[in-house]
Design a protein around this ligand. Structure first.
Ligand code: ADP
Length: 606
């Protein structure tokens, strides 16, 4: 519930809409009430028992004055034009009031739509901005699907519960309150029963609500698991097929899907219990009211007239829908509360990689980048030990070593995708933690092993490198990356959508687009994670050539998988299980370091 209260803060910008919504609801309720009370004079005229008022009262907003003046109107119509005309008058009034009731109900809903959609929009945007700001360490494999489900199905739950909150706070209670007051005015004795019986029903319903919430939370997190699995299936479809692992994956999916099915069945059963239960409870109350009310009418002193009693029952029956809607709102809120807990978990996740208070901006590297990492751990496993080296401005430094030796980790630390707890990395003697993140990353161009392209045009994929670049600059970058020729051959040239191309782009072409992106950025520092997959020799040559152009005169950290790129590197650092085991130029290392020589001989630089 407390989470749902946090949602109230999202309602704040929509206060005006809420006011219009509440105001229209009140009008709708009043018109509904007035039309129901019309049954009293209607029956009065039919049975000839209509109270006669021959003196018009001064009109003001007291209940008595309205009633007396209305009765005066009815009485004078009967006198002047006859009973049939008076009935007609009442029928017309009922019609107009129902029309107004529904009109204002519609207006209330009209103002409700921008509230519910606006709040969800605000939350979705906040989630998006938060997710994109969170450090890489947050995005473990299991979390991906879970995050998707928090951004989609959890938000839908919240949308429903926002409706619940608004109706529960602003509509149903007002509705019940106004009707109850009318009932008290008609018969205080009878209303006493109603007031006593309602809370009993409330407690019963509350009990179910609680268990619904915990089941709902389980359901949502299972949904997250399902989404992760779907993601994984689609991502790995090639491997699944080639290893004939379809059955295994179906089995895995079946287990989770089955759990989800069972949880959802429980949830629906609990939720479905609400409606028949509250209907039965309200019937009990209704029967009691009929029993005691009937006695009041039949009693000697006729504490209640028959018409009033019928009006009472009519109005009372109108309390039941808002009371029922109050219970279903309560269920939606309980369900939404579980969902909002999950959404707030993300919104409140602590971003550990943020700007220091006194962070500075730097636009250039003047001297050197220095790594001093006594050790570095991901969670509990130590990955790097005693890493000490520097990259002078304009130098090309290569990291080599077997897969898992820690090369990518070093590059990730430089871009502050992860933070060091011990030691420091400095650029021109400034600890990178003291440099504004945006400034630090704008110094860097990163070309990954896997070319990461987005579902957008080739042009926009390159332009990510520099949003302000002109068309000519983009084309120039593509030329330098040896990508221009194949791009213009695509159906729509630079405006071809990468998504539409699907698998049509070869690995080498994708790499050249990512290289063009980095060339366009023209970064001070280049981090190059060379692709491991070998390309055909023509494509290889084009990519190599593009990479060489990109590295020229630039401070570069290369994670090397191919010797050709690094033979002329200023410094090669050989890593083994997170330790630097040798450092130097290619020729020296070949002569002096057997480990490097064996890597070289085996071309094992992956
Ligand atoms: P390389 O680039 O040399 O192949 P990495 O730097 O990618 O090596 O990985 C070094 C070690 O750190 C590996 O054992 C890898 O499993 C582990 N590792 C990499 N990233 C993470 C991570 N985000 N969380 C936990 N362990 C990781």
């Amino acid at each position: 519930m407390s989470n749902m209260l946090s949602i109230l803060k999202y309602i704040k910008p929509y206060t005006t809409y809420v006011i219009f919504n509440v105001f229209s609801n009140i009008l709708s309720i009043l018109f509904s009430l007035f039309s129901l009370t019309m049954v009293i004079p209607f029956l009065g005229i039919l049975f000839g028992t209509q109270e006669k008022v021959y003196q018009a009262q001064e009109l003001n907003f007291t209940l008595l004055s309205i009633k007396e003046n209305f009765y005066f109107l009815v009485s004078s119509t009967i006198e002047d034009k006859g009973k049939v005309e008076a009935l007609m008058l009442i029928c017309l009034l009922v019609l107009v009031m129902f029309l107004l009731k529904n009109l204002f109900r519609y207006i209330a809903l009209y103002f409700l739509s921008p509230i519910r959609n606006g709040i969800i929009y605000d939350m979705r945007m906040e989630l998006q901005e938060k997710i994109i700001s969170l450090p890489l360490a947050y995005f473990t494999e299991q979390k991906k699907g879970d995050l998707t489900s928090r951004m989609t199905s959890d938000l839908v739950e919240i949308e429903w519960s926002i409706m619940g909150v608004i109706e529960m706070i602003f509509k149903d209670p007002i509705n019940i309150f106004i009707f109850l007051i009318t009932l008290i005015v008609i018969s205080p004795e009878l209303t006493l029963f109603v007031v006593i019986l309602f809370p009993v029903a409330g407690i019963l319903i509350g009990y179910i609500g609680k268990s619904l919430k915990s089941a709902s939370k389980k359901g949502q997190s299972k949904m997250g698991e399902i989404m992760s699995l779907i993601d994984e299936n689609i991502y790995g479809i090639k491997i699944i097929k080639s290893f004939n692992a379809e059955q295994d994956f179906n089995k895995k999916f079946k287990v989770i899907s089955n759990d989800y099915k069972n949880i959802m069945t429980t949830i629906l059963r609990k939720k479905d219990l609400a409606s028949p239960m509250s209907e039965f409870l309200s019937t009990i109350v209704m029967v009691i009211v009929m029993w005691f009310g009937g006695q009041l009418v039949l009693s000697q002193d006729a504490a209640l007239s028959a018409e009033e009693f019928i009006a009472y029952i009519l109005i009372f029956s109108q309390i039941i829908p808002p009371a029922k809607s109050l219970t279903s709102s309560y269920y939606y809120i309980q369900k939404g509360s579980a969902a909002s807990e999950r959404v707030f978990e993300v919104l409140e996740a602590k971003n550990t990689i943020t700007d220091d208070k006194n962070a500075v901006t730097i636009n250039k590297i003047e001297e050197e980048i220095k790594f001093n990492i006594p050790f570095f751990k991901y969670e509990n496993t130590q990955i790097l030990n005693n890493i000490l080296f520097s990259i002078k401005k304009g130098e090309k430094v290569a990291l080599v070593g077997k897969s898992g030796s820690g090369k990518s980790t070093i590059a990730d630390l430089l871009a502050r995708f992860y933070d060091l707890e011990n030691g420091q990395i400095t650029i021109d003697k400034i600890n990178i933690k003291k440099i504004k993140i945006i400034s630090l990353r704008s110094l860097m161009g990163i070309v990954n092993q896997e070319s990461i392209l987005f579902n957008d045009t080739i042009f926009n994929n390159i332009k990510i490198g520099n949003i302000n670049a002109s068309e000519n600059e983009v084309i120039e970058a593509a030329r330098n990356a040896n990508a221009h020729d194949f791009i213009v051959e695509c159906e729509k040239g630079y405006q071809t959508n990468i998504g539409n191309l699907g698998e049509k782009l070869s690995g080498g072409q994708k790499q050249r687009i990512s290289i063009a992106r980095a060339i366009l950025k023209n970064p001070e520092i280049l981090i190059l994670d060379e692709a491991t997959s070998s390309l055909d020799s023509k494509s290889e040559k084009l990519v190599q050539d593009a990479i060489l152009k990109l590295m020229k005169n630039r401070t570069t950290l290369v994670i090397a998988h191919r010797l050709s790129t690094i033979i002329d590197a200023d410094k090669i650092i050989v890593l083994e299980k997170g330790n630097v085991i040798a450092m130097g130029k290619h020729n020296d290392l070949i002569e002096q370091n057997p480990h490097y020589k064996s890597l070289y001989d085996l071309q094992l630089l992956s």
